[in-house]
Design a protein around this ligand. Structure first.
Ligand SMILES: C[S@@+](CC[C@H](N)C(=O)[O-])C[C@H]1O[C@@H](n2cnc3c(N)ncnc32)[C@H](O)[C@@H]1O
Length: 376
């Protein structure tokens, strides 16, 4: 296979001793699963849709802890996977796993939006529509959610950071820095749009008031408590977890939507997803497969709009292209070219995890998988 890792990546590879796994008497796979820092979702379905075969090249756009990448590599010994992640911690894990699959796993550190430039640095990458399959497993990994120091967690107090890239991108603001500067109206809009938070104005006002009267909000516990206090006014005895239910009727902390909104804003997640879907169109060969796994409707809606061709100027649009033609002054040929479908969906509806998988891995329960083939 032509692709080879750039030297920067090779230099950071760390050897791990998997041979020792056998000595415990448990199977290698079971031991790995029990220790996995993130349990991959719908792995069997993902591999079935992507159908990896000898000499094919895949790109895992969201390596995380590498569960899906491993499944692809193990499905066929001739498969190569380029493993992208913006998180330096995930990238380190990819470099470690690369040792197990010499020449077949190419770790790349960066965001979807940085990928075109990164691909040009890989030896042997010579043309746009190179890949046989692309996988997106959107959102945060369990490592990001569970590690207090990453600042994503309501349950574990830590610095209010939320940057998936850690310190890799000096221009990126942490959640604490965003809250220290943002105007109340803008914050309310972010909470409403990215968090689908009905009380967005009230929460934005409470955060801005806290900033003016108390101090800079520095920790996840401080933010959670400001939101809980503002929403429980009049009912101070109600626990923050009992106060609301999520869409699946699970008890959720009242600040969950605020955290989701901030995380999406800090990491520019939805624009990244839109860009990722544009890239997928350019990177996949004709007949190449796409699998996406989304965890909330904002992510899934962007995917759906791309797959169904509701995209204007490469931006996922609320309005189907054919219905906004009166505002577009294109020639008929151009219009027809724009409306040519790029994708054939492989599933009529989204695929969701089995009950067994949800019982094993409760975090999988809001996952929605879509699969499609790139048309010529
Ligand atoms: C849900 S986890 C993926 C888990 C992975 N499939 C596994 O099996 O372990 C999502 C990962 O995508 C990464 N990610 C999210 N947005 C990204 C982006 N725009 N560019 C690159 N990586 C991104 C996150 O850092 C995180 O590690």
């Amino acid at each position: 296979m032509l692709l080879r890792a750039c030297s920067r990546v090779r230099a950071t590879v760390v050897r791990i001793d998997l041979g020792r796994c056998y000595s415990s008497g448990r199977s290698k796979a079971a031991l790995r699963k029990s220790k996995a820092p993130h349990l991959p979702v719908m792995t069997t379905e993902t591999v079935q849709f992507l159908e990896p075969k000898k000499d094919e090249v895949f790109i895992d756009m969201t390596f995380g802890a590498g569960g899906h990448t491993r499944a692809l590599l193990e499905a066929s010994s001739g498969v190569t996977v380029v493993a992208l992640d913006r998180d330096p911690h995930a990238h380190r894990l990819a470099c470690e796993m690369a040792v197990e699959f010499p020449g077949r796993l190419i770790p790349v550190l960066g965001r979807f939006s940085e990928l075109p430039a990164l691909l040009r640095t890989l030896d042997g990458y010579d043309r746009q529509r190179y890949f046989n399959g692309i996988l997106f497993d959107f959102g945060c990994s369990s490592m990001q959610f569970d590690e207090a120091s990453r600042g994503f967690s309501i349950a574990h107090d830590g610095p209010l950071d939320m940057r998936m890239d850690k310190d890799r991108c000096p221009e990126q603001l942490s959640a604490a820095e965003v809250l220290a500067r943002i105007q109340e109206q803008d914050l309310a809009r972010i909470l409403k749009v990215y968090g689908e938070e009905k009380q967005s104005k009230k929460i934005a006002r409470a955060i801005v008031n806290a900033r003016l009267t108390v101090k800079r909000i520095e920790t996840t516990a401080e933010l959670a408590s400001i939101v809980a206090h503002c929403l429980s006014q009049g009912e101070p005895s109600v626990s923050a977890f009992e106060y609301r239910q999520d869409k699946l009727r699970r008890p959720a902390h009242v600040a969950t939507k605020t955290f989701q909104a901030l995380r999406i804003f800090v990491n520019n997640e939805l624009n990244e997803i839109n860009y990722g879907m544009v890239l997928a169109k350019h990177l996949l060969r004709s007949g190449g497969k796409l699998v996406t796994i989304a965890f909330h409707s904002l992510e899934d809606t962007i995917v759906k709009r791309h797959l169904t061709g509701h995209v204007v100027d490469d931006v996922a649009s609320r309005v189907p292209l054919q219905l906004i033609s009166h505002t577009l002054a294109h020639e008929t040929d151009t219009m027809q070219e724009m409306m040519k479908p790029n994708w054939k969906q492989l599933t009529k509806h989204v695929v969701v995890p089995t009950e067994d998988e949800v019982a094993d891995n409760p975090r999988s329960r809001s996952a929605k998988l879509r699969a499609a083939v790139r048309l010529s």
